[in-house]
Structures are given as C-alpha cells and as structure tokens.
Design a protein around this ligand. Structure first.
Ligand code: NAD
Length: 505
C-alpha cells in the first residue's frame, strides 16, 4: 500500500446509512492518474467497525426495503438511468482520469452499466413467480421470489462503472440491501454513481460502500449478516473469496480471470477480421476480462501476420484524454512493470517478438504507464505469455492447420470466459459454436459480452458459482424461491377426515 504523502488531496468517503462519511482509518492509499501520476484523491482502508456499521445499516434498511412496492423500486431505476445519461460526460471524464482508458471507451464502460440499470427498471417482469392451479382438488401451488437480505459486491479496477452497476442495481431492485467494496485503485467514478443512485431515490441504508483491500474483503466474506457475495476480479482472489464466503454459508458468484482466444479462418473477411482482432486485443490497453489475448491463425491466414503487425504499429498510444488515442496507459506503475516483465519472459521462452511496444514515446505524458501494442508470434502452451493472463496490450499468435486443431487448442486452455471465430462459412461457425467449451462465443464478434437481456456466462476456470451477473440468472442469485401450497376451505364442504399419507387430496 502507498503511504500517502499528499494530505491536500480530497478523500474518498464511505457511504453508510445514507451518509457519505470520512473514514477513521489510519490506512490510506493514493488514487493516481495513470497518464500523469497526479494524485487525484486518497482512499481509506475501512476499519472493522466501519464494515460492521455498513452491514448494520443494510440490515436495518432491509426491514422496510424488502416490502417496498415493486413499482416504487422500478421507478427509482428509471430515474437513475436518466441521471446517468445526464451525467455521462462527467462520469466518463472521472473514469478516464483515474483508470486511464480513452474517453469514448470510458463512455462505453458507463453505458454497459447503464444497460443493466435499464434492466433493473424492468424488475416487475423479471421477479415473477409461477402458479399451478389445482395441484390437488382445491389446492394451488405458487412460488414467490423473496430477497435474501444484505448482499455484498467486490469489484475490480478495469470497469469501475460497469461492474458495480452489474451488481447493486439488480440486488436492490430484487429487494435486497447492499454493501459495495469498489476497487481501491479507482473508486471515484463508482462513488459518483452511488451519489446519483441516492439522488434517484435509493433510501438510506439500502446502498452502502466501504473501501479497502484484503482485510475488508475477508471481513465481508466472514460477516454473519451478509447473505450473498458477488465478486469480479482475478482468479487468485476470486477463488479465495469463493472458498471463504461459501464456507461462511453464503451464496457466492465469482467472475474471474481469462485467456480469450479467437480463431481466424482463411476464408474470413481479412480487413474486417484484422481490425476486429486489433480493437479487441489493444482496446483499454488489453485490460478487459474479455480482451483478446490469443489469436489462432488457421492455414493461409498465417500469412496475414505482417499486415496485422503494421496495423497495430499505426495505433496511437497516448493519454485517454487525447483525441484519437487508441491505447491509453496501464492502470499503475506496478501493472506496467508486470507486463514488461512478461514480455521479457516471452522472448526468453522463445516466442518471436513481432512488435515491441515497450517504452513508447508519448509527448506530454512522459510519466505515464504506457506500453504500446505488442505482438508475439509462434506462441505455444508452456510459455509464460500463454499460461498467464497478461492484462496488457500484448497479443499472442498461434497457428493451427485446420478448425479441428484450433478448437482443440482452445478447449485445452483452462479458461472459459470468451472466444470468437472469424469466418464466412456458416458451417465452420456452427461447428465452432457447438464444439467450443467457452461460455461466451462470438461469431465475427470479437468481444461477445451479452446485453442484459441475457446473463454474463463465462465458464470453466473463469467462473465459480452457477449463476452469472445480470440477465435472468441474477434474479435467481439474489432471491430465494419459496413455494406455497395453499388450500382454502369452504365452510360448507364436507370434511375429508384425517389424511396420514403424503399425498394431497
Ligand atoms: P483483483 O483480483 O486484484 O481485485 C479485485 C478485488 O479484490 C478488488 O476490489 C481488490 O481490492 C480485492 N483484492 C485484491 N487483492 C485481494 C486479496 N489478496 N484478498 C482479498 N481481496 C483482494 O483484480 P483486478 O486487478 O482489480 O482486476 C483485474 C482482474 O479481474 C483480471 O484478472 C480480469 O480478468 C478480472 N476480471 C474478470 C471479469 C469477468 O467478468 N470474468 C471482469 C472484469 C475483470
């Protein structure tokens, strides 16, 4: 943790019981602009008492919130989506300042979260039970989907708007209260979104926020009054959260790390496919869980490497605020060192460095955490750059003789977040869709993140827990299904007598 030396920087507040309050913590870290190293704010690592207070506020608010009319809940999210739209420019600017991604991409980050808020405003159609009439004579059975209580969310640095918005709107719309723990690297845009949520009408205590790292996350996993935990972040931390929170009896969903592959078939539209590959590999400086990090070139498509490299070389590396920037800085100096270290390892492991993006010249932003587009060819399993999630602008190219070999290559990788195929053959696309063992499949779509009508559906080592964020699955995640079997006696009906069997009659 950085010991802050900038007492003049603004402090990021906690949100407890409807109040934005200063933490009493003695542990703080700086929130730093990754393009300039300017300290933007200081964020506290909340104390155990502050975590308790946030959960207690959620528990108290749950008593009334769980009974709030569905229309009232829906209307809050209708207002909220309007407020987010009105503040889009401000939110994107805040996000770019603390995270680094380009302004248009920051708007995309907010927008993909906004779509979930819109989804939350349709809660009346989503949280519907079922009814079977006359399961026995005069007996009906129906289900009600009831909220769980206080739920918690732990979010990563790379989508500080979208991922918090994956979580608290749907949890709250279904009648729960929430404690959010944003990434300590870029909590400012998340806090602004929380301010707008309160302005939209979310009552005191229904949404609470604590900041921090490992200790706060562990306190959330262990807390007896938290019923469900939603986590998005690295596989290492996600696995820990899943085990710890499950052991404490909570419902848990963890969306984790990735190594996303695309297949480029020789019959693909070359221009469109190469452009799509580059956007998905180098957008957000490769810091997306759905970023494309491995491309398997099939047969003659291997001859397209020089063209791919030249297109990548032409991408503009600069601050996210600069017009025309394609690749912004990495989130921190530590992230930059890590990515540069992995590039070194790739060379040492024998991959061919077709494009070296280290130490790019970025006029006006000499202190920024920049790594330009980097491409390795001849990448094979066993190399560090293949085995590890790089989470930077580094694209690995591998080769396969045909689609079967390419599919087998991808299915042998433990991760299952996203994948794509580029082809003009319907038969190849359908074979890929059927045989690939990855949760989110794109057909000529490089980053196939589903819109909120569906659920995010990463699989295998990229996910723990059965139900995904947003869509319909998350309604099941945040509710408990209760079945009610009911008979109403008519006073004038002849009594059946005592029934000692299990059957209804
Ligand atoms: P991270 O795992 O380092 O941090 C995620 C959260 O866990 C943060 O809130 C952080 O404060 C907390 N944390 C960090 N270390 C911890 C520890 N030792 N114990 C307990 N909590 C800890 O992830 P990140 O670097 O912020 O985000 C990048 C990662 O997230 C990548 O692996 C990326 O693939 C993944 N990600 C996955 C998805 C998905 O949907 N599958 C989406 C976005 C990001």
């Amino acid at each position: 943790m950085d010991a802050s030396t900038t007492p003049q920087a603004a402090t990021v507040k906690l949100l407890i019981g409807g109040q934005f309050v200063e933490s009493q913590s003695t542990q703080w870290r700086d929130v730093v602009n990754p393009a300039t190293q300017q300290v933007l704010a200081r964020v506290p690592f909340a104390t155990p008492a502050e975590v308790d207070a946030a959960v207690a506020a959620g528990k108290e608010a749950f008593k009334t919130w769980r009974k709030t009319a569905i229309g009232t809940r829906a209307r809050i999210f209708l207002k909220y989506q309007q407020l987010i739209r009105e503040h889009m420019g401000e939110l994107a600017a805040l996000l770019t300042a603390e995270q680094g991604k380009t302004l248009p991409d920051a708007e995309g980050d907010v927008f993909r979260g906004l779509e979930v808020v819109e989804h939350a405003s349709a809660i009346g159609n989503l949280q519907l039970g079922e009814l079977a009439n006359n399961v026995a004579a005069g007996v009906d059975t129906y289900t009600v989907m009831q909220p769980l209580g206080v739920c918690a969310g732990i979010t990563p640095f790379n989508f500080p708007a979208m991922i918090p918005l994956w979580m608290f709107p749907m949890a709250i719309a279904t009648g729960n209260t929430f404690v959010l723990k944003p990434s300590e690297q870029d909590p400012m845009v998340t806090m602004r979104l929380c301010e707008l949520a309160l302005e939209a009408g979310i009552p005191p205590g229904v949404l609470n926020v604590v900041h921090g790292g490992e200790d706060v996350v562990n306190a959330i996993c262990d807390h007896k009054d938290i019923k469900a935990v939603s986590f998005v972040g690295s596989t290492k931390v996600g696995t820990h959260v899943y085990n710890r929170a499950s052991l404490a009896g909570k419902r848990v969903q963890c969306m984790m790390g990735a190594k996303n592959h695309a297949i480029v078939m020789p019959d693909a539209n070359k221009e469109q496919s190469l452009n799509a590959v580059l956007g998905a590999a180098f957008g957000a400086a490769g810091q997306r869980c759905m970023a494309l990090s491995v491309v398997v070139l099939v047969g003659e498509a291997q001859q397209w490497i020089p063209e791919l490299v030249e297109k990548a070389r032409a991408l503009k590396v600069s601050a996210g605020t600069e017009k025309g920037t394609d690749v912004g800085p990495l989130v921190s100096c530590a992230a930059r060192s890590r990515v540069e270290g992995l590039i070194e390892r790739g060379i040492a492991d024998g991959a061919t460095l077709a494009l070296d993006g280290r130490n790019p010249t970025v006029p006006g932003f000499e202190k920024g955490n920049f790594v330009g587009p980097t491409i390795f060819s001849g990448v094979k399993p066993g190399m560090s750059i293949y085995e590890q999630e790089i989470f930077g602008p580094v694209l690995c190219l591998a080769a396969a003789k045909d689609i079967d070999e390419a599919i087998e290559f991808i299915n042998s990788n433990p991760n299952g977040n996203g994948t794509a195929i580029f082809t003009q053959s319907g038969a190849a696309a359908r074979k890929f869709q059927e045989e690939i063992d990855v949760g989110q499949v794109g057909i000529n779509v490089p980053i196939p993140v589903p819109v909120p009508l569906f659920s995010f559906s990463g699989s295998r080592a990229s996910k723990l827990g059965d139900l995904g964020p947003y869509g319909k699955q998350v309604v099941l995640f945040y509710t408990q299904t209760k079945t009610v079997t009911a008979r109403w006696f008519d006073d004038d009906t002849t009594a059946h007598g005592v029934n000692t069997t299990i059957s209804l009659r």
